[in-house]
Ligand binder design. Structure first.
Ligand code: GN1
Ligand code: MG
Length: 397
């Protein structure tokens, strides 16, 4: 497979950038960090490494190491502790969820879209993350062999596969003791609180950028009432709390190199109690966009109805039986809501001086905000057609 990322590895010095700050990590340092974990082989020697730069929060490295049992691949990650203030609780969640998933997958292999789960390696000291001399927190996962990830769906088949993977993820976690989960980021998708945080950022104007984002502020304010809609339904008992992923971007699904089927869901940092609609809406926010999240040419930003239909069909086929009628009814709106929320989060960070999302160019967060808001307009124009599609599907599943 051309896009299986096993090819093209290089051993250049790795580069981390948080906000405006850039740090260089030497290959020897990564090797030293890898050796802090209890891997298959005690004597593993690192062969290659490369940074994976897609994520906006943590710093991620793909490493290849050779030991007595052969060559193995790992994912080493520096946890962003500005975002995840309690890495011990974060890792406890991940270990519990991955163990639970692994057991559920093993128990119902034939009916599960997901056949693989990530594995966390303990440190030599028996902890789930390693603290380096500077206080940085590192964790180590297996690289899920024979898989690749996508930054854009490209076709309806990939969209359907991703939908089934996230639908199945939710189904498999049904029954997970919700009380055992720590809330790694409180009120993560509480859109009204996200709105309030934006108003605070506007008032504080910390980075002096307020005057430059007048149209974006007006856009967010004009939709203030939308922010509370799902929260009100939840408060009225019409939307159940479930165990949800909360970061359902397409690039958090791994596809099998041989069959192109979606076989694993990764990035479990934000698995928390939430609404199923957050997962559905966030998936389509990313996957339904015909352009990249930081595209500068807004004419390229369209919301794809074919991808919406493929994803919704795949999702409802896996998840419909478990969803309440109100959850199904709100599916189209959730896409708009999650896109609006994400745009507000990028705008808030831009106003705050880029302290949360990693940037490469000074206006990245503004560009991201603009693509999201452009997408909101696109979704608004197509909402009636999206609603009709869901209704029709329910009439003749
Ligand atoms: C962040 O780093 P990444 O891409 O996994 C963010 C998500 C946003 C996303 C926008 C913990 O996810 O909530 O939707 O960027 N994760 C966190 O691309 O805030
Ligand atoms: Mg993430």
């Amino acid at each position: 497979m051309s896009f299986c990322f096993l090819g093209g590895l290089r051993a250049a010095p790795a580069h981390i950038a948080y906000g405006k700050e850039a740090i260089f990590i030497a290959t020897q340092e990564l090797h030293h960090l890898l050796r802090q974990f209890r891997l298959e082989d005690d004597d593993a020697e690192m062969l290659t490494q490369r940074e994976l730069t897609e994520g906006h929060i943590n710093s991620t490295y793909f490493l290849e190491a050779k030991g007595a049992s052969g060559t193995r691949r790992y994912i080493l990650q520096k946890i962003n502790t500005f975002v995840f203030e309690n890495p011990a609780e974060l890792m406890e969640n991940i270990v519990r969820v991955t163990n639970f998933l692994r057991e559920r997958i093993a128990a119902q292999k034939s009916s599960s879209q997901l056949t693989k789960a990530m594995q966390v390696y303990p440190t030599r000291g028996g902890k789930w993350f390693f603290v380096d001399e500077a206080g940085g927190c590192w964790r180590c996962y297996n690289f899920v062999e024979n898989t690749y990830s996508l930054q854009a769906a490209g076709n309806n088949i990939a969209a359907t596969q991703a939908a089934r993977a996230f639908g199945d993820f939710q189904r498999l976690l049904d029954g997970f003791p919700i009380g055992q989960l720590h809330e790694t980021i409180p009120n993560f998708h509480h859109t009204k609180k996200r709105y309030d945080a934006l108003e605070e950022a506007i008032a504080a104007n910390t980075a002096g950028r307020k005057a430059a984002v007048g149209p974006e502020i007006a856009f967010a304010r004009a939709r203030k009432n939308d922010a509370s809609r799902l929260l009100e339904l939840q408060a009225a008992g019409q939307l159940p709390l479930r165990v949800t992923h909360n970061d359902t971007k397409l690039n958090n699904v791994l596809f099998d190199c041989g069959t192109d089927e979606a076989v694993c869901v990764v990035d479990l940092d934000t698995v928390m109690p939430g609404l199923s609609l957050y997962d559905f809406g966030d998936s389509l926010r990313f996957l339904g966009n015909t352009a990249a999240e930081d595209e500068r040419d807004l004419r390229k930003v369209r919301f794809s109805m074919p991808l919406f239909r493929a994803y919704t069909q795949g999702y409802l086929k896996t998840a419909a039986a478990a969803l309440t009628p109100q959850e199904v009814r709100q599916l189209p709106f959730s896409v708009k809501l999650m896109t609006y929320e994400c745009g507000m989060r990028f705008l808030t960070d831009y106003l705050n001086g880029d302290v949360y999302f990693r940037i490469r160019r000074p206006d990245d967060n503004l560009a991201r905000c603009r693509t999201q808001f452009r997408l909101v307009e696109e979704i608004e124009a197509q909402l009636p057609a999206m609603e009709e599609f869901v209704e029709d599907f329910l009439k003749k599943p």
